[in-house]
Design a protein around this ligand. Structure first.
Ligand code: SF4
Length: 441
């Protein structure tokens, strides 16, 4: 629950001295709750009150920023149960699993597959980010060899081993950070020491929510909050249930000891079930999902699902508004006009490519709205198109004075002709009609 103005007011000196620039302490408290001023503006607030306010104003689920070298991934930090209430903030990490019990061929394949788990989708580069390595053998030599190998890839690493001495030596030798996995109430002190020394997140495991809560409280009581809750792989329904309980308890009941990102691994045995299982965890409410499969097709599906969920529902996905070129364009190439809604662009662009007619596509900034929506909302107007044409110096780029607008906004053609002075051709309504249209010019 977010801290209210009254909660803040209770902790202020209540002298109404005005040194903060507000007429009363209550006015200052209200402004602070609305994030319109800063606590430092009150010179008389006590250290105790400061500490309480800082703690109370922390998000209910802590954001863990895992930094390795110049790369950072943020985990957790969520503030709502459902995306439509506001948005989800930090996309859940996706990873592949390796154990030192696997044979060389299997390990080599997973590491090689991992290098292919980067995709371009609706203009964004998306990828699976983690490799989870587990030390199962008593002899750690193979674990060390694999860990060193994957530490030199671009993956963020989760390392599970109870051999803290070995882990410590490698991390220091390679100056790398990992998420340390395997800490329990019986052994967490050694893990915590290394996590504090190396500034690594610590993934803790326990058998029940109560035990998880006790353990995180114990660790955070030692001034260490870089914690991730790792659920033990078990029945899928139970895992979804536990993930939901953790999210609800931390957001709705403000139970801080459960307010940490959550890591889960899949248990399904075949790739299709595993994708379905991982999809459940992405939807509700994992912060990192690790799969046994490293197949490109499986991760492409998961990354796409995640990308769809972790977009802000109030901000349409948009492409950069500018003049795009397709093929070897010349001063005689046709110029099509559209809006910068991502889905519109990615429907139109492949059809222009399919036509094999070298063309320009002028994408107008309509705040990410599609053609008809933007037109209805006055975001796709003749004036806006004219401004975009001028900004891109279109009259210097092509020698003809013709533009093609989407068939759905044929109604714009008269005014657009008046405003721009260019001939306006009405293109097809659907993107699929573009190749035929362009070839017929
Ligand atoms: Fe109240 Fe502090 Fe502002 Fe004075 S400076 S009015 S004590 S909030």
């Amino acid at each position: 629950m977010p801290i209210t103005g009254l909660d803040i007011y209770k902790l202020l000196p209540k002298t109404n001295c005005k040194k903060c620039g507000f007429a009363t302490c209550l006015a200052f408290a209200m402004a602070l709750a609305a994030k319109k001023t800063a606590l430092e503006k009150c010179p008389d607030v006590t250290e105790d009150a400061k500490r309480s306010l800082e703690e109370a104003s922390e998000p209910p689920i802590k954001t863990i920023a895992f930094q390795d070298g110049d790369r950072t991934i943020n985990l957790g930090g969520e503030t709502v149960l459902f995306r439509h209430e506001k948005t989800f903030w930090n996309p859940c990490g996706l990873g592949v699993y390796i154990s030192d019990e696997m044979d060389e061929e299997q390990i080599g394949k997973i590491i090689s597959d991992f290098g292919k788990l980067t995709f371009e989708r609706i203009g964004q580069i998306v990828r699976s980010e983690f490799i989870y390595i587990e030390n199962k053998l008593t002899d750690t030599s193979k674990f060390v060899q694999i860990l060193k190998r994957i530490l030199s890839t671009s993956a963020f690493i989760i390392a599970r081993s109870t051999n803290i001495g070995t882990l410590s030596q490698i991390l220091k030798e390679m100056n790398k950070k990992v998420i340390l996995s395997g800490a329990r109430s019986s052994n967490y002190r050694d893990f915590l020491k290394l996590a504090q020394e190396m500034n690594c997140p610590l993934a803790i495991t326990a058998t029940s929510l109560d035990d998880i809560s006790k353990l995180t409280a114990e660790i955070s009581g030692q001034n260490f909050k870089n914690i991730i809750i790792e659920l033990q792989p078990e029945d899928i329904l139970k895992t979804v249930n536990t993930l939901t309980q953790i999210r609800r308890l931390s957001l709705k009941k403000n139970i801080r000891s459960l307010g940490y990102p959550v890591l889960v691994s899949t248990i399904s045995q075949d790739i299709y079930s595993e994708v379905a299982e991982a999809s459940h965890y992405i939807e509700k409410y994992a912060s990192i999902v690790v799969t046994k499969t490293s197949e490109v097709a499986a991760h492409m599906a998961l990354v796409s699902l995640r990308q769809n969920i972790y977009t802000d529902p109030q901000k349409p996905v948009a492409v950069e508004p500018k003049l795009y070129k397709f093929g070897n364009v010349t001063e005689n190439s046709p110029v099509l006009i559209t809006t910068n809604f991502s889905l519109t662009y990615y429907s139109v662009a492949p059809e222009i490519e399919n036509s094999k007619v070298a063309s320009y596509l002028l994408v107008v900034d309509t705040e990410g709205m599609s053609v008809l929506t933007a037109w209805a909302a006055d975001k796709f107007t003749s004036e806006k198109v004219n401004d975009a044409m001028k900004k891109e110096n279109l009259s210097e780029i092509v020698k003809h004075k013709k533009i093609i607008i989407p068939g759905y906004v044929s109604i714009m053609s008269g005014k657009l002709n008046d405003v721009t002075g260019w001939d306006v051709l009405v293109g097809p309504r659907e993107a699929s009609g573009i190749p035929k249209f362009l070839k017929s010019l």
